[in-house]
Design a protein around this ligand. Structure first.
Ligand code: CUA
Length: 323
């Protein structure tokens, strides 16, 4: 029986996120333009070389001195096409740089050679990522060693995970199933084994999965952060009342703080991470640089736990301090 050749060879990988079709459409447009002009140029070349073939040894062609309408035509058309690509590309880029406010945060740490993942409820997994369908998910990613790259082809999302900073990526899976997760940056001997599976589940399946006991602690990142916060004696300076030697951390997440010297910074994950590991970098106006660095003393996961806890401090009733 005749078998269809290349039946497993798809032009695009399976699409399973809300962003996938927009990326594919943009990509198809670029490919279609390239194919169209390649064919057009070759067709014109062949046509001209046949039509204007030199038919006689003594033939001298009429000299041509350019054509303004032609020059304008072949400058304006490519200009319009590249501007369409630019505008469309920028639209897609900005749309998917800004995660929706209701996105669920999942923390990802890349290390040689695995993906370590922790859910907001505390559940951990390695080289597997379980997510609910039709729910925006924001990944906050860091690396413990070298540069990795988090890549899920079915979602059309890929982001380099660079040591020393947070990288964010978001997606909304729209199809239940299992999809490949890759590391897309050569990161050492076993880079090719740094692969995993993304499981997209219905909301109820996901809730059930969250409840099944995993291995290790089931403390939430915020609970672990609170424990760490007291173990490291952070509250001896960062008192909730705001009268310590350091700024109060209550309700600080998401606000804009003014530095010594007038510079202003938004308090987000990146700012808090830098303030823990490199406290001299941002000195809030009115405070002295007295905080020691925690670089090398706590892991990336612990930094994230502290941040998760700091984000919850605002939710607690704050003891009013003596002003
Ligand atoms: Cu990690 Cu390649």
């Amino acid at each position: 029986m005749w078998e269809q050749p290349f039946k497993d060879l798809d032009f695009f990988p399976e699409a399973a996120s809300t962003i996938a079709w927009e990326i594919d459409a943009l990509y198809l447009f670029a490919v279609a333009m390239s194919v169209f002009f390649t064919i057009l140029i070759f067709a014109v070349m062949i046509f001209i070389s046949l039509k204007f073939k030199r038919r006689d040894e003594d033939f001298v062609p009429k000299p041509v001195h350019g054509s303004v309408p032609l020059e304008i035509l072949w400058s304006v058309i490519p200009f319009i096409i590249t501007q369409v690509l630019f505008g469309w590309g920028a639209y897609v880029f900005f749309k998917y740089s800004q995660p929706p406010v209701d996105a669920m945060d999942i923390h990802v740490v890349g290390k040689q050679w695995m993906w370590k993942i922790q859910h907001p409820e505390g559940k951990r997994e390695i080289n597997e990522l379980h997510v609910p369908v039709d729910q925006p998910v924001r990944l906050i990613m860091s690396s413990e060693d070298v540069l990795h790259s988090f890549f899920v082809p079915a979602f059309r999302v890929k982001r380099d995970v660079v040591p020393g900073r947070y990288q964010k990526l978001w997606f909304e899976a729209d199809k239940v199933g299992e999809y490949h997760l890759f590391c897309a940056e050569y990161c050492g001997n076993e880079h090719s084994k740094m692969i995993g599976t993304v499981y997209v589940m219905t909301a109820s399946e996901y809730d059930e999965w969250l409840r099944t006991p995993g291995n290790g602690e089931e403390e939430t990142p915020a609970q672990a952060g609170e424990r760490l916060f007291s173990e490291l004696r952070c509250e001896s300076c960062h008192s909730a009342a705001g009268v310590g030697r350091a700024p109060s951390l209550a309700n600080i997440y998401g606000t804009v703080v003014t530095m010594e010297g007038g510079e202003r910074s938004r308090v987000d994950e990146a700012y808090l991470r830098e303030s823990i590991l490199d406290p001299k970098r941002h000195i809030v106006a009115g405070f002295e640089s007295t905080m020691p660095t925690f670089q090398g003393q706590i892991t990336e996961e612990q930094v994230f736990e502290l941040i998760a806890y700091i984000r919850t401090i605002g939710a607690e009733p704050v003891v009013s301090g003596g002003e």
